[in-house]
Design a protein around this ligand. Structure first.
Ligand SMILES: Cc1ncc(COP(=O)(O)O)c(C=O)c1O
Length: 476
């Protein structure tokens, strides 16, 4: 490869350039965007690290078999976005800003607070945190906790909490929950990392991820040494054909409310995915993202309940209580349990016991159910407000993904596009929005704008104002 001479630390061999090859073979019309998206993803996921010198546009164009103009344009665009920087002399490097941008992925950024409206998804309403009930539970736990529970905990978690979680997950999510197979973790993020390591240790080197999907998944599995294979969705969920053809044996899914599209996987697709997992002796990695909140459809249980030996299931309190608690759970099939527990032990010896005892009490006394009901009421009202405001100000918008979760998708017609220009225009008007294209590994070529609008953290008044400001920004 001609660029190997310009390929210092931060890259494993030529792997990062190879990642760009699928983009280079995209149809001519979409190739420029595909190349830019692939480069962004390589930088975001950490495959191209800050300070890495990029090959010259001539070399990269030759390696990829594309025109030099396409590469120059990609470099210019990514430099404008802060992913790349150009040196004083010749040369282009991966920018420093990326270090900050990486974990941001889509929704992990601290909220800047400024701006006039912020529809970026991912945060619940933190003012709904049940401070009084939490405080009471904290005092009670401090008074009651036996001394020996302050010693090193079981790395799987306090038995009391695992039992309470098993009851909750069986009742609310249809999970087959054996407390012996539950590992209390610090969130879906840690669960994902543990799974990545465990599968890697078993020799697995690739994992399928939904496309579009959470950049978070790709980045975490990549950090565990796995190649991520973007797999397309159809109206029922992850499409089986490309999954089968991909050759992967593990795939990440968000079946309750797919992030970002908001699709709920159909019953048929769930069955198909499980048949696939059995046929390849593989595993489904179920992130029960948004599984807590559904509004006007019958509850759909977790995939794990259909075959606990083929599904690793994870969830957390990040949406129902607060992400700052760093508390979640992972249920692993029997064959993986010991390995995952050993990794959790090696990582941190288990979650803090006081927090665990507190959450156990919170669950046992029905406080958690009360909290879920309270949030559910608030979020349903906010969702209805968003849908009504969109229909008032953007009557031509197609709104979807609203039956569950904390965000909706609004598709605006072509004249509002392209997405990047739309997002910029909104930002200039003080309205933060996230384009669905940001979560796409493979750029779609539609002319319209698809927005992922988070609404849970906004009061109805702010939602109405925000949508009005969006409309004004377009008129102005
Ligand atoms: C798809 C997805 N699942 C889950 C989470 C929550 O992670 P955690 O439970 O570690 O807070 C995120 C975070 O933004 C996410 O993007």
């Amino acid at each position: 490869m001609t660029s190997s001479g310009t390929n210092p630390g931060g890259l494993t061999g030529s792997a990062a350039w190879e990642l760009l090859l699928p983009a280079a073979s995209a149809p001519a019309r979409a190739r420029g965007r595909a190349l830019q998206a692939a480069l962004r993803e390589a930088i975001r996921s950490g495959r191209l690290t800050s300070g890495t010198r990029m090959p010259s546009s001539r070399d990269l164009a030759a390696d990829l078999g594309v025109s030099r103009g396409l590469v120059t344009e990609a470099y210019e665009q990514l430099t404008a976005e802060g992913y790349l920087r150009s040196g004083r002399g010749a040369g282009t490097w991966v920018g420093d800003a990326v270090r900050a941008a990486r974990p941001v992925a889509h929704d992990l950024a601290p909220r800047p607070g400024g701006g006039r409206a912020d529809f970026v998804p991912g945060t619940p309403d933190l003012s709904l945190f049940p401070r009084a009930a939490w405080g009471a539970a904290q005092r009670a736990v401090l008074a009651d906790l036996p001394h020996h529970d302050l010693g090193y905990p079981d790395p799987r978690g306090l038995p009391r909490l695992r039992t309470a979680l098993a009851e909750l997950l069986a009742r609310r999510r249809g999970v087959v929950a054996d407390p012996e197979r539950i590992v209390v973790v610090s969130g879906v993020t840690q669960a994902t990392t543990l799974l990545g390591w465990a599968l890697h240790a078993r020799g697995m080197r690739a994992v399928g991820v939904e496309d579009p999907g959470s950049p978070q998944h790709g980045a975490l599995y990549a950090a565990a040494g796995m190649r991520t294979v973007p797999l397309p969705l159809d109206a029922d969920g992850l499409a089986p054909g490309p999954l089968v053809a991909s050759g992967v044996r593990a795939v990440v899914t968000t079946p309750a409310h797919q992030y970002p599209t908001g699709i709920a996987y159909s019953a048929r697709r769930r069955t198909e995915l499980l048949s696939w997992a059995r046929s390849v002796d593989g595993l489904l990695l179920e992130d029960d993202y948004d599984g807590d909140f559904r509004y006007d459809r019958a509850p759909v249980g977790a995939l794990q309940g259909l075959d606990p030996e083929r599904v690793a299931y994870t969830g957390s309190v990040s949406k129902s209580l607060a992400p700052g608690l760093r508390l979640g759970w992972l249920l692993v099939p029997g064959f993986l349990t010991e390995e995952v527990v050993a990794l959790k032990r090696a990582m941190d010896l288990g979650n803090p016991s006081l927090d665990q005892a507190l959450f156990a009490r919170f669950l046992e006394r029905g406080d958690y159910d009360r909290q879920l009901r309270r949030c559910q009421r608030a979020y349903r009202e906010r969702r209805d407000t968003l849908v009504a405001a969109l229909s008032e100000h953007f009557p031509e918008a197609r709104v979807s993904g609203i039956a569950a979760g904390l965000h909706a998708i609004a598709e605006l017609p072509g004249r509002h596009g392209p997405e990047a220009a739309f997002v910029k225009r909104m930002a200039d008007a003080g309205v933060a929005v996230r384009a669905l294209g940001d979560c796409a590994h493979t750029p779609t070529d539609g002319p319209g704008v698809r927005l992922v609008l988070g609404y849970a953290h906004l009061t109805p008044t702010r939602i109405r104002t925000g949508v009005r400001l969006m409309a004004e920004a377009l008129d102005g």
